[in-house]
Structures are given as structure tokens and as C-alpha cells.
Design a protein around this ligand. Structure first.
Ligand code: XMP
Length: 518
């Protein structure tokens, strides 16, 4: 399949470049910006290369540099922001710091109006800038195609050498015609064929799984979240269902009806070997008396490892592969995509268990979603017949309600929170608010507050409602909740959950707060 290779120098929006190219129907792959461009990487299906942005300055001591070979390839090259600056620097131009960073919207004035990169794009479109360095002198052989409204070089090209450069970020949504510019590059300039679609992905996943697993058994741990459910659906579609073993562990800290829903949905997808493990006592027992958030996480994590080992030994005989719902972004965020130069590596909450480590060493881990972005996983889920309600579910943390009950986690508290949270989420769906929110949930506070109603609720728990908007969970803004809805939801909860006497709305953004309370 034709592809565009993206050399990632750790820019905040490098992943978005890949997404946009894929949205144009062309397969895109992200690799570390400074990796050696071997023949294994530069295969015939690479039709173009993009150099991403970066938090570094080209003249900095540790600045990541691409393999020089990138400037003498046969295929077209596009440098974005730092990618343009490093291209200029490495080809004899001059890059220098600006007195004042050019940031935000900037109208683009054309100097040359027949550049193939600008096909069908009107002059004065609004770009999105974010740079502290600028081109002082273009590299020899390069022409200035356009300037920003601050008279700084915005687009350059060297048509003979098939190299283009953008100072702005076409991949961010604020940039007008950004998608069109990337499509012009991938399709018109690179002549890459549109071979990327999710139907095609299913076919290729089936081939990959056939080669890797064949008639072997595969175990997948199902959490109830989107990724593992879609991974399960894909395994069931591509392999013989009798060889797919799905294990779901009920920790006692799951959402209301989660266990029943997981079971119902996987059976609908054709699951034959579904193991629902009731481990509620095994998780909640050791949590007794623990109030420190880290100690709670550790207890839940340790129990998970123990239960996993006990149950796998009980239920699966002989050799097997372990499937994981790892996404493309997980690989990139954990450093596999961007090498050690990334400015945006996110530390992962879910560390590999000993079982995962052991299987990885044996080469027995399969990751059927590892080429997909989250929105692609959702679309794939729909294609596989998974209900919309599950596919668009908000993220839910591994330790579950355990980290939404500050203080001691008890069965009674889990039951109260489960009930209240289910009402909150149901109300969000009813009011068409759910899909406007990245993540919404309730937190049961270890605080009792006095109320004026009857006996049962005169000294009730305080429930905090959280709703945030975000792109990736790394930063988040408070959802601007319509007051009427908030008031009605508060009443619905206090009317229906007698143990809750008061409801508050969390108005903290991330940073400085985190999304979860613990
Ligand atoms: P924070 O609270 O760090 O959360 O702002 C960012 C995103 O990560 C989720 N999260 C977790 N996910 N295990 C998980 O699988 C965890 O321990 C964990 N802690 C936070 C959180 O729900 C949000 O989506």
C-alpha cells in the first residue's frame, strides 16, 4: 500500500499529521525523526516524506536531525515548522530566533501563485503559527511561495528537488485549508494512491493474524472499554471463534451493569469462550482500611496480576498468544514511535503485567489495533457491528471506581457511586450532552454533609460531578454545563440515591488539576 512516511521530531501535533493524511485516504506511518533511513524503511511504497514540528531549535545542542539521506530521495519532501527549519539549515540556509514568537492565526499572502501545494487554495487563508525561530535566509535553490501577515516566510519550495516547506501547521483544525494542503502534497505531488480504509484494515489484520497465530489460541483480557471490545470483535471476525478466549475480570469497581453488558455484547459478536470472573471479594478484601491513593492503586494492580495468573492457569491449557488492545498512539506515546526526542511522551498508567512481559519475550503478543488512532478504532467498532453506545463510551480508568472514591473503598461505597454515576450518565445521554463531553463521571467524597430532608438523608454523602472537554486527556477544560441541566441532574441523583445528600460540580481544569481525583 502506498504510504507517506512522517519523521517525528516530537512536535505536539505530529500525530495529527498522520491522522489528516489517513483522512485523505492515504496510509501514513510515523517513525522517529532521527532514525537511520534504511532500505527496510525506504520501501517502494513510500511515496513521500513529511518532517514534523519539534520543541527544539535547529541550532540547539541536542536538536534532533534527520538522516541526511532524506534530502536526496526520489520522493517529494514536506517540512512542517521545525521540519522546514531543519531542511533550510541542513541545505545551506539560515534560521534565527525571532524577537517575538509568531503564534496563532496569521493570514497568508502569496508570492507565487502556481505552487502545486496551493492548488485550489485562495490567497489570504488563515494559517496557524507556533514558532520562535524563523528563516532568515532561504537555502540556495528555494523560492519563497508565501509570507505570513508579519512578513515572515510561510511557504517555500524547491520544485526541482521536489522539496516543500510550511512554517505553519496545516494539521491543526484552526488552519484553514490545512487538510487540502496535506492532500495536495500526498495525492497531487506525491501521487500516492488512496489505499487506506478500514475495510482494507480488516482484510490486512486477518492476513497478519493468520500468519502470526494461525490455528493457535489467543487470550484477550476485556476491560469493558472501547479498545479491548473492538480488539475482541476483530479477533472474532478474523480468527476461528473457538480459538479466541476472552476474559473479563469483575473487580467490584466496575460501572453499573458493566458485566452484563460486556457479556451480552461479546456474545453478539460471536464469542464462544467468554470467561466472566467474579473477583469482587479478591479485590475489595485487600483494600480494607487503605486510604492512600497510591497504596490503593498498588493494591488493585497487585490483585489484578494475581487474579489474572490464577484464572489464566485455570482456564487455558497449553500454549497461547496474548492479544492486547494497544493503539497506534499508545506505541507513539510510550516512545516506540518517536524515539527519545519527543516532547510529548506520556507516561502510561497501565504498566505491563508479568504475563504481558513474559508473552512479549516469547514473541507471543498480538496487537491487532496497533496501526489505528482512537477515532479509527471507533469507526472499526461500528463496522464490526459493535453498538454506538459502547463505541463512543468515555474512557474509564483501569482501577475503576476505586480511584473515584477518595478514602477507603468499600462495597457499600462502590454501590452508591455506581448507582449515582449511572443516573448522571443516563441523564447526559437523554439531554444529548454525552457526546459533547470527553469524559464525565462522579466522585463519591468521604465527607458527610447535613441536609434538611427526612431521616435517611439528613447526613448524606457529597457527590462531585466531573465533566471535561479534551482532545487526548493530557490537558482538559471544564465542560460549560448548561445550568438548568446541572440543577435537574443534581435533583435526579439526590431523589433517587438516598445516601447522597449533596451534589457539587468540579470546575477545575487540567492543569493544574488532573481529570481523575486520585
Ligand atoms: P488524569 O487523571 O491523569 O487522567 O488527568 C488522564 C486520563 O487517564 C485516565 N486515567 C487512567 N487510566 N489507569 C487507566 O487505565 C489509571 O490508573 C488511570 N488514571 C487516570 C483518566 O480516566 C483520563 O482519561
Amino acid at each position: 500500500m502506498d504510504k507517506i512516511l512522517i519523521l517525528d521530531f516530537g512536535g505536539q501535533t505530529s500525530q495529527l499529521i498522520g491522522r489528516r493524511i489517513r483522512e485523505a485516504g492515504v496510509y501514513a506511518e510515523i517513525i522517529p525523526g532521527d532514525c537511520k533511513l534504511t532500505n527496510d524503511i525506504l520501501t517502494d511504497d513510500v511515496k513521500g516524506v513529511i518532517l514534523s514540528g519539534s520543541p527544539y531549535s535547529v541550532y540547539g545542542k541536542d536538536s534532533p536531525k534527520p538522516d541526511k539521506k532524506v534530502y536526496s530521495l526520489d520522493v517529494p519532501l514536506l517540512g512542517i515548522c521545525y521540519g522546514l527549519q531543519i531542511t533550510t539549515w541542513e541545505n545551506g540556509g539560515v534560521v534565527a530566533p525571532l524577537d517575538k514568537k509568531e503564534y496563532g492565526r496569521s493570514a497568508i499572502r502569496f508570492k507565487i501563485d502556481d505552487s502545486p501545494l496551493l492548488k485550489d487554495i485562495p490567497e489570504n487563508f488563515i494559517s496557524w503559527m507556533s514558532h520562535g525561530d524563523s528563516l532568515d535566509k532561504l537555502a540556495p535553490g528555494f523560492d519563497l511561495v508565501a509570507e505570513s501577515e508579519h512578513n515572515l516566510p510561510a511557504i517555500v519550495e524547491n520544485r526541482e528537488r521536489k522539496i516543500w516547506g510550511l512554517q505553519f501547521h496545516p494539521e491543526v483544525t484552526h488552519c484553514e485549508y490545512g487538510n487540502q494542503i496535506l492532500e495536495n502534497f500526498a495525492i497531487n505531488i506525491c501521487s500516492a494512491a488512496k489505499g487506506w480504509s478500514l475495510d482494507k484494515y480488516i482484510e490486512e489484520a486477518a492476513d497478519r493474524l493468520e500468519k502470526q497465530v494461525g490455528d493457535g489460541k489467543v487470550l484477550l483480557l476485556i476491560s469493558g472499554g472501547v479498545d479491548s471490545t473492538v480488539a475482541g470483535g476483530l479477533l472474532l471476525k478474523c480468527l476461528k471463534p473457538e480459538n479466541v478466549f476472552l476474559m473479563y475480570i469483575d473487580t467490584g469497581m466496575m460501572r453499573k451493569n458493566e458485566t452484563e453488558e460486556v457479556s451480552h455484547n461479546l456474545k453478539k459478536l460471536g464469542a464462544e469462550n467468554l470467561m466472566i470472573i467474579d473477583a469482587r471479594d479478591r479485590f475489595l478484601g485487600p483494600l480494607k482500611g487503605i486510604t492512600d491513593p497510591e497504596a490503593k492503586r498498588k493494591s488493585i494492580g497487585d490483585t489484578f496480576i494475581r487474579v489474572q495468573e490464577e484464572e489464566v492457569a485455570k482456564h487455558i491449557e497449553g500454549d497461547y498468544f496474548l492479544a492486547q488492545g494497544t493503539l497506534y498512539t499508545d506505541l507513539i506515546e510510550s516512545g516506540k514511535g518517536v524515539g527519545n526526542k519527543a516532547g510529548v511522551i506520556k507516561s502510561h498508567h497501565n504498566v505491563g503485567t508479568p504475563l504481558v512481559e513474559k508473552k512479549r519475550k516469547e514473541g507471543k503478543v498480538v496487537e491487532p489495533l496497533d496501526m489505528l488512532y482512537k477515532d479509527e478504532v471507533r469507526k472499526l467498532g461500528l463496522l464490526l457491528g459493535i453498538e454506538e453506545k459502547i463505541v463512543y463510551r468515555h474512557p474509564f480508568p483501569g482501577p475503576g471506581l476505586g480511584i473515584r472514591i477518595p478514602g477507603e473503598v468499600t462495597e457499600e461505597r462502590c454501590d452508591i457511586l455506581r448507582e449515582a454515576d449511572a443516573i448522571y450518565i443516563e441523564e447526559l445521554h437523554k439531554r444529548d450532552l454525552y457526546t459533547q463531553i470527553w469524559q464525565a463521571f462522579s466522585v463519591l467524597l468521604p465527607v458527610r454533609s447535613v441536609g434538611v430532608a427526612g431521616d435517611a438523608r439528613d447526613y448524606g454523602y457529597v457527590l462531585a460531578l466531573r465533566a471535561v472537554v479534551s482532545h487526548d486527556g493530557m490537558t482538559a477544560d471544564v465542560f460549560d454545563f448548561p445550568t438548568k441541566d446541572l440543577l435537574e441532574i443534581s435533583s435526579a441523583i439526590t431523589n433517587r440515591v438516598k445516601e447522597i445528600g449533596r451534589v457539587v460540580y468540579d470546575i477545575s481544569s487540567k492543569p493544574p488539576s488532573t481529570i481523575e481525583w486520585e
